[in-house]
Design a protein around this ligand. Structure first.
Ligand code: AGP
Length: 608
């Protein structure tokens, strides 16, 4: 987690660092810091606990300047949230910011203490700073050689940027575990954890690969691969719009991202639909027949919201494309001995493409004999995209709110298109036709439901003081219930749990009394009668029920129906998450919570 920005230019870099680090706040927001080498060759460091705005205030008070420097926003892993533990860390002339976890930091700390180093923090990053200093002074090597030697001693992940104040003309970056991108400018160059941080200054990027060490100067960059060979990495021109990272008329990024869903789904459809309405996934087109024609099983691996999207797609893969599909949480997948099914194809799903658990799962799976692997991801150039055989990019645009919304619905859109593509291979053309037609109606249906925001707000106000909420759904609405519960947990801090409605009588029914709120997702389908019985069971026991449905129910006082428009059954799961996202948003809003940056969380979870 954590975000890094660094710059070396002809002009003062303070605003570049501050603006950049503000944009990376989604990666961690416990504390932030900045260090520059000023014109008198002094290291000026400012660090603050709390949001990046605290750092901005502090830096502006001090009126500092410099042509080379770095900034960091922290999501604590080693050491509590405190000023001492905030990056950058310094060891004499060496300044370091770091993203990752050094597993052997305790051993190194003991060793470095014996060499006389004094530690001012509990972080593993200060260990790196002292180690670099110790290595450098042992042989008077160049900083690049010093870093090469030092990283051999580090176990874990250590994406970092280093400045040596005795040579304040270069930044050195080393990538391991977490992404680092170099931004190419006219009068200087930059490094960041994510291109978002640099979009206001450049569109030209060079992505570092695992094991790379880069020397970044004002007018020149040199990259060395893990074998220490000088290497050219491709320059990518970013299509991302800087304006899409701004809140505009909305109060929160999450609100904006919920309302952007019709457009992000339209963009995703437009991107992959040809004029004759057939689906075209450019990355797969030449080889897709080989992969999906021969696949007899699909294994999907993901975390959090992406995992929930995968769960929905399992119903689609099996019922529409008749291909068995299993879904597993990435951290579980990679931590056990697996029996790989015959002719199984692996799909990873991720908004960021940097989730450490999902990346580890992919790396593990590559050793296991899957037919191949594909990632469905929102971030071009991300590690998952780079390391996968194939990729399909969702066209959600930048998602900043920690709680995923538009990435979920665009993932589902792509997954349903993939199901249609497989149905085509199996000559079930009527299925793919039906899917494409249904998907084309989805954006306008979502627009309708978004207009019901006032109704959802009223319900949210009634639920904001609840301590527990139970979410129920059947079939593909069970994962939708899980996702609804996750949204409430992460931004409204209400304990919310999801169950398949059929499981109610096997345990959770014991929780029902007049203090328990139950949210039920119950569109008209073959399971509706069964879910009506569940509603009665809860009703009899006094639970307070909110049913999201396109049906009218004959019900008691404690049952409230939120009547939604009828939509085509194929796309209904995607549609039903929208009111639940709004519900979570409005509950969190009425509780005055920090919606875009909920406590203890970060957007991109780059540590296992
Ligand atoms: C969702 O609201 C969460 N912020 C989180 O569960 C997220 O979906 C998870 O960390 C996976 O992230 P990814 O999609 O970027 O891999």
């Amino acid at each position: 987690m954590c975000g890094i920005v660094a710059a070396v230019t002809r002009y003062n870099i303070i605003n570049i660092l501050l603006e950049g680090i503000k944009k990376l706040e989604y990666r961690g927001y416990d504390s932030s810091g900045l260090a520059v080498v000023d014109h008198k060759n002094n290291i000026i460091r400012i660090r603050c606990v709390g949001k990046v705005n605290e750092l901005i205030k502090e830096v502006n008070k001090k009126k500092i300047s410099g042509h080379i420097g770095m900034a960091h926003t922290r999501w604590a892993t080693h050491g509590k949230i405190s000023k001492e533990n905030t990056h950058p860390h310094i060891s004499s002339n060496i300044i370091v910011v770091h993203n990752g976890v050094i597993n052997n930091n305790s051993i190194l700390r003991v060793f470095l203490k014996k060499q006389g180093y004094i530690f001012y923090s509990d972080t593993d990053t200060e260990v790196i700073a002292h180690l670099l200093h110790w290595e450098q002074n042992k042989k008077k090597d160049s900083l690049q050689q010093t870093i090469r030697k030092s990283i051999k001693k580090l176990h874990g992940n250590y994406s970092m940027v280093v400045i040596d104040k005795n040579n304040p003309f270069q930044l050195i970056a080393a990538r391991s575990g977490s992404p680092l991108v170099i931004g190419l400018g006219e009068e200087g160059n930059f490094i960041a954890s994510d291109q978002i941080a640099l979009l206001h200054i450049t569109k030209r990027f060079v992505y570092l690969e695992e094991g790379d060490v880069a020397i970044v100067k004002k007018k020149e960059i040199n990259i060395f691969n893990r074998k220490n060979f000088k290497i050219e990495r491709k320059v990518t021109i970013s299509n991302l719009q800087y304006k899409s990272a701004k809140k505009g008329k909305y109060s929160h990024y999450m609100e904006k991202e919920i309302y952007e869903q019709p457009i992000s789904i339209r963009n995703t459809l437009k991107h992959y639909l040809k004029e004759n309405n057939s689906i075209y996934f450019p990355e797969l087109e030449s080889k897709e027949k080989n992969i999906f024609y021969h696949a007899e099983h699909i294994q999907i691996v993901a975390c959090g919201t992406s995992y929930n999207a995968a769960l929905v797609s399992k119903y689609w893969f099996e019922s529409l494309a008749n291909i068995p599909c299993d879904v597993e949480i990435a951290s579980e997948f990679s931590s056990r001995k697996l029996a790989v099914r015959k002719k199984s194809f692996l799909i990873t799903l991720s908004q960021s493409g940097e989730t450490a658990d999902t990346l580890s799962a992919l790396r593990y799976a590559k050793k296991l004999g899957y037919l191949g692997n594909l990632t469905i991801c929102n971030m071009e150039g991300s590690s998952l995209v780079k390391e996968s055989d194939f990729h399909i990019l969702t066209q959600a645009g930048i998602e900043i709110g920690v709680a995923s919304t538009k990435s979920f619905t665009t993932q589902l859109t792509v997954l349903l298109m993939l199901v249609a593509k497989i149905a085509d291979f199996k000559k079930k053309y009527f299925i793919s036709k039906k899917i494409i037609h249904s998907l084309s109606t989805l954006p306008s249906q979502i627009e309708k439901i978004l207009k019901k925001n006032e109704l959802i707000k009223t319900i949210a106000n009634k639920l904001s003081n609840k301590k527990n909420i139970l979410f129920l759904g059947r079939g593909e609405y069970y994962p939708i219930a899980i996702e609804g519960a996750l949204k409430i947990k992460e931004i409204a801090y209400i304990h919310a749990e999801a169950y398949p409605a059929g499981e109610l009588k096997h345990g959770p029914l014991a929780l029902i009394d007049e203090n328990m709120t139950v949210i039920i997702i119950a569109p008209k389908n073959l399971l509706l009668e069964k879910i009506q019985n569940n509603i009665k069971e809860i009703c009899l026991r006094g639970g307070l029920i909110y049913v999201f449905s396109d049906q009218d129910f004959d019900c008691e006082d404690n049952v409230h129906i939120i009547k939604l428009p009828k939509v085509q059954e194929l796309i209904a799961p995607i549609f039903y998450i929208i009111p639940l996202q709004l519900l979570a948003y409005y509950i969190a809003l009425s509780k005055g919570k920090n919606i875009d940056q909920p406590r203890h969380l970060a957007k991109s979870v780059t540590v296992e």
